[in-house]
Ligand binder design. Structure first.
Ligand code: HGY
Ligand code: MN
Ligand code: MN
Length: 426
């Protein structure tokens, strides 16, 4: 067994330098580290990522869906490829590690394999997936959905709050929606496995003082945009018992969403991230209010009942206020389980190089959800300081990332040698 643990301070420093270098590409008018999909900062950062992949000795190309793909040739070009990677776009006001650790960490794993004289038999593809974060068009994981063939022409008609379409955003970014739809990495060229290194984005590994998590399942997400329609009135003259106040109905709905998340039997969360009133005047009873919420769980059965439970409670409360409600639900993704074989190989890899680990569900979604449609999938987590993520406080020690890189490199080495099980080919 090759000892691939990344103990060298030099590797940790190289990783850290890269992470801090990439962090310089951000929208300076926004808080934290903001590098949203289709933004200029994102466009410029992708030049840097491509250069970093080339410097790592990969053949780099951008596929027609905008994914940056670096290829490390294996000794057997006929063998189905291994794939790893993540994303480098951020949320608004985000951090420096979400997704970045999986892209730069993969490049460090390539370096580690090279330094250990290890040549994979299979090609290794390192992918920086386009637009993993959910965006104003309400569709996350744009690049990995395209690869998995999950995007539809209707998706490009989705509009942001200003009425601009996703298709136009792609065109403005230099990508042709028609070509994006053709990108799917068809099953005819089967992939051997997909493994993604990522920060945990939660507090568990740090609380348990463990350097590594091996993901068991990735949460499903139900997204809701609820539109409350009441009646506009003069805020100073309409009596309180005779109003159809859309804002009050929405406020009650926010608490219904929160109670739903707090009542989940297993891992379950529910968040309302936006309330918008059409009226701009401070002296008008709100008549049109839009609420954006999401509910997540790795418990498929509980999550499947969310729409009915919330609609019933929100409708009843709104009707008591004389307010109508329309629900626009989207399943961002269903619960996806890591492939048992990939989970076990990652566990064996961690054991082989003496890294303690725990099995862990992912409350965040990832490109791995969509890559699971193309190949047996697994994920490796490294700790997040204080469990903070999607905010400027997001931090993971470089030495912890280097440990995750060692586990990734070892996992890739073991996967390279394992044959697919019959279940993989169904
Ligand atoms: O929303 C998520 O879970 C991921 O960070 N895109
Ligand atoms: Mn991420
Ligand atoms: Mn994220």
């Amino acid at each position: 067994m090759l000892d691939l643990t990344v103990q060298s301070q030099e590797a940790a420093d190289r990783l850290g330098d890269g992470i801090l270098e990439l962090a310089k590409y951000r929208e300076t008018a926004r808080p934290g580290w903001t590098r949203e999909v289709f933004s200029e900062a994102y466009r410029e950062s992708r030049q840097w990522v491509s250069g970093r992949m080339a410097a790592a000795g990969l053949e780099v190309q951008v596929d027609s869906a905008g994914n940056i793909v670096g290829r490390l040739a294996g000794t057997d070009p006929k063998a189905p490829a291994l794939v790893t990677g993540s994303h480098t776009d951020t949320v608004d006001g985000g951090g420096r590690f979400d997704g970045v650790v999986g892209v730069l960490g993969a490049l460090e794993a390539v370096q580690l394999l090279r330094e250990s004289g290890q040549r994979l038999s299979r090609d290794l593809l390192v992918v920086d997936f386009l637009g993993e974060e959910s965006n104003a068009f309400g569709l996350s994981c744009l690049g990995s959905r395209a690869i998995a063939g999950e995007l539809t022409p209707a998706d490009f008609d989705r509009q942001d709050y200003r009425g601009a379409s996703l298709g136009q955003a792609y065109r403005d970014f230099g990508l042709d929606p028609a070509a994006v739809l053709q990108t799917r990495w068809a099953r005819t060229a089967p992939l051997h496995a997909f493994i993604e290194l990522h920060i945990e984005q939660g507090p568990t590994l740090e609380q348990r003082q463990l350097p590594l998590g091996i993901v068991t399942a990735i949460t499903g997400i139900e997204r809701l945009v609820a539109t409350f329609t009441g009646s506009p009135d003069h805020a100073g003259t309409r009596p309180m018992n005779d109003r159809k106040d859309a804002m009050v109905a929405a406020a009650e709905a926010v608490l219904s969403v929160r109670r739903e998340g707090c009542g989940a039997p297993n891992h379950g969360v529910a968040t309302t991230t936006r309330i918008e009133s059409e009226s701009r005047s401070p002296n008008v009873v709100p008549s049109l209010v839009r609420m954006t919420s999401e509910v997540r769980s790795v418990d498929t059965a509980w999550l499947s009942g969310v729409r009915g439970r919330l609609a019933e409670e929100i409708l009843a409360n709104a009707r008591n206020l004389g307010v109508d409600v329309e629900f626009d639900w989207t399943t961002d993704n269903t619960v996806v389980h890591a492939h048992p074989r990939i989970h076990d190989v990652a566990a064996a890899a961690a054991d082989a190089i003496g890294i303690p680990w725990m099995p862990i569900p992912s409350g965040a979604t990832h490109d791995a959800v969509h890559m699971a449609a193309l190949a047996p999938m697994g994920m490796i987590f490294v700790p997040s300081r204080a469990g903070k993520s999607h905010c400027p406080e997001e931090w993971t020690d470089f030495a912890d990332i280097a440990t995750g890189v060692g586990a990734l490199a070892q996992t890739l080495t073991l996967l390279d040698r394992t044959e697919p099980s019959p279940a993989d080919l169904t």
